[in-house]
Ligand binder design. Structure first.
Ligand code: HEC
Length: 483
């Protein structure tokens, strides 16, 4: 029988029971057993229940994101009576036609009968956890690791948005984000050389480490995010039409380190000036710092109220400058583990941030269309508005030694700024869609940009001439590329 801790709930429970007896719709045919908790039941809970019943929100004091906590119950005891779905509070609430229904009316429709039937059948079979899974295991993580990434398209039907690109250390090639892959292009010939399959659907940030390996942050929006290290020189699984195909999902010679994985996308990363640490931030509002040699997580920083779009190291390696959709840029002291200052002047999403080589001034860009500079070492006050784009500025890049500052935006323009004068130096036009990615070559001579419609352009910094222009979506049909 059901055992309720609160008296009032007995009454509610009875009401629930009665309403079920009276209103219960014709039952769906029982699903074919045996039902697996992790493969069949947990995905239903994830889609319909975790939003309120995770470890943080715990509505009704119930956390459903581990098997153990689910069986502990919330305000009431174990909501499941193994073998007896009709006596299980959880099932009763799924059928409830009144205010007690789960998910609650304000959260949407009741669960479809066939999904309820799966849960009932699982309880009927004993409500067991699958062998090999720890009852304390985070079910989101268990579901995530079971998900298998699809291969990238052999030939793209639509261009892939370019969210990130980076020059190889020798400056001769570009690594570009694709759909479940990274592509490597020779700049002089605009020829595709390598395709590296990734678990992440999208890469949002790319940076080469001092040892020549590539750090990549990305994920699958709303589902998962990760930071991984790849070796682009790892052995190719095969050659297809002269292009090397690398397996960055399973091949340990290609996927050399997995630093981190989480429930939502990682949007930015930066390597410390001494090359020993990596900082990354993303949709979970956190910024994390790892020791690259050990792979250990050193610090988790909760300093923003919304997605973290940008992270930059102060040249002294002690401070991190970050920016967020929460409309601020901030400085964090990694030694004291405290927030040092907040720069609020954009008053709209701050999409990118960098710090000048002298460590005194930071530059930030945002949806307010402005490039602003502010005191990162002093009072955090704005130094000046250097200028603007005619639409949101999406990216900023700085070559510290050469003092080259570049911004790119939704207005399809790329702008190079004179740091000494604090003014616009040159506007580069030619992109036919919003520019989502910017990179400067290690020697500071070249600049690469990538756009929403898959177009990559490589520019000569000194005169703004175009050195290369191609669409980085392999095999894209020309018809789809006519823009
Ligand atoms: C929109 C938020 C929301 C969603 C989505 C939601 N719940 Fe709830 N749930 C609540 C709240 C709030 C309570 C507490 C109700 C109360 O105390 O009257 C609760 C209580 C419960 C309880 C009783 C816990 C106890 O020990 O008293 C169970 C069981 C439960 N929910 C199961 C589910 C299941 C299963 C789903 C998904 C099919 C789900 N809930 C989806 C908000 C939600």
């Amino acid at each position: 029988m059901l055992r309720f801790r609160c008296g009032w709930f007995i009454v509610c429970g009875l009401v629930v029971l009665c309403s079920i007896v009276l209103k219960r719709p014709a039952q769906a045919a029982p699903p074919k057993g045996p039902i697996s908790f992790i493969n069949d039941v947990a995905p239903i809970f994830k889609e319909n229940c975790f939003a309120c019943h995770d470890a943080k929100k715990k509505k009704g004091k119930l956390d459903m994101t581990t098997y153990e906590n689910l069986r502990k119950g919330g305000d009431n005891e174990d909501p499941i009576v193994p073998g007896k779905p009709d006596d299980s509070l959880l099932v009763l609430l799924l059928h409830a036609g009144d205010a007690k229904r789960m998910p609650p009316k304000e959260a949407g429709e009741p669960l479809p009968p066939e999904k309820i039937a799966v849960i009932e059948q699982w309880i009927k079979e004993g409500a067991k956890l699958d062998a090999g899974i720890d009852p304390k295991a985070d079910l989101l993580r268990e579901l995530r690791v079971r998900w298998q990434p699809p291969p990238p398209p052999a030939a793209y039907r639509y261009p892939a948005i370019i969210n990130a690109l980076v020059f190889t250390p020798d400056g001769n090639k570009l690594v570009v984000s694709g759909h479940h892959e990274l592509t490597v292009w020779d700049i002089a010939s605009a020829k595709l050389e390598k395709r590296l399959h990734t678990r992440a659907e999208r890469a949002y940030a790319l940076a080469f480490l001092p040892d020549g390996k590539l750090a990549v942050a990305g994920g699958r929006p709303g589902q998962e995010g990760d930071v991984k290290i790849y070796d682009l020189n790892g052995s190719a699984a095969k050659m297809v039409d002269g292009v090397a195909i690398l397996d960055g999902v399973k091949d340990k010679a290609v996927l050399v380190k997995e630093l981190f994985d989480t429930d939502d996308t990682i949007l930015c990363l930066a390597i410390s000036p001494d090359g020993k640490r990596l900082a990354a931030g993303g949709c979970d509002r956190m910024v994390r710092v790892w020791d690259l040699a050990t792979g250990n997580l050193e610090q988790t920083i909760e300093n923003h109220a919304d997605w973290v779009f940008g992270v930059a190291w102060h040249p002294n390696g002690r401070y991190l400058v970050t920016c967020s959709r929460d409309k601020t840029a901030k400085v964090w002291d990694l030694e004291k583990k405290e927030s040092v200052l907040t720069f609020p002047d954009h008053q709209s999403s701050v999409n990118g941030v960098v710090v000048r080589s002298d460590g005194k001034v930071g530059y930030s860009v945002g949806d307010d269309k402005n490039l602003r500079s502010f005191n990162v070492a002093g009072d955090g006050k704005q130094v000046k508005v250097l200028g603007n784009h005619s639409d949101a500025i999406l990216k900023i890049a700085l070559h510290r030694e050469r003092s080259i500052l570049v911004t790119a935006g939704a207005d399809k323009a790329v702008k190079i700024w004179d740091l000494e004068k604090g003014a616009l130096q040159k506007t580069l036009t030619g992109h036919t869609d919003q520019v989502f990615a910017v990179a400067i070559s290690p020697d500071g001579d070249k600049l690469a940009t990538g756009s929403y419609n898959g177009e990559v352009k490589v520019w000569k910094v000194s005169d703004g001439s175009v050195l290369a222009s191609f669409n980085a979506s392999p095999g894209l049909a020309p018809a789809a590329d006519k823009k």
